[in-house]
Design a protein around this ligand. Sequence first.
Ligand code: ADP
Ligand code: NI
Length: 220
Amino acid sequence: MSNGSKGIIKRTEAMVSERLEGNSSGHDWWHIDRVRRAAIEIARTEKGADMIVVELAALLHDISDWKFNGGDDKAGVGLAREWLISQRLGAGVVRAVCDAIADVTFKGKAVRTKPSSLEGCIVQDADRLDAIGAIGVARAFAYGGSTGRDMYIPGEGPREHPTFEDYRKDRGHTINHFHEKLLLLKDRLNTERGRKIAEGRHGFMLEFLDRFQMEWEGKA
Ligand code: ADP
Ligand code: NI
């Protein structure tokens, strides 16, 4: 990586970690850092991925999430674009990073969001891998708690969300979130490497849900 690229990565890290400071919903700096590392790992196994675009897109993918900015799912891309232009990056890189983060977010079971570029597919996989497995379990309850959701309500099963709007408005308990999103992710990954990593993480969530139910019912 050139000195210029290292500089822009360092400055982007600093800007992002400052913006996300104090976020206890599972969208903290460490989420960004894990996604960045996973994205780089996946990118190494995908021919033709532009590493700088992957790393910048991973760093910038959550700077403004629709869940915390009043529901605007485009604001993050705008902020990322402003930032990259302020850093004097060329138009091609700016466009590639913005394209890569535009469709990363999950918008409900019925809304397919496959990014248009390889770099976008890689960052989406890395982001989704961080939503499953043991870390995924921890983040789901952190997010649920931070938004006042119940952990579980017996008898209230998962819901269908035909549109992004339905998904966005849902206030259901956190166990439902596993059925409405987290257990669906392994079949929505874009890369071979992503699918491989997802296997163990998916199995762990199934085990967790089984035990949760057994303990809830006093059977374990
Ligand atoms: P994405 O990166 O696809 O946009 P989100 O930002 O929707 O993912 O989710 C970030 C984290 O918050 C994930 O770990 C996710 O499981 C968790 N989360 C999102 N919505 C809920 C919810 N309704 N209940 C519990 N956890 C949630
Ligand atoms: Ni994310």
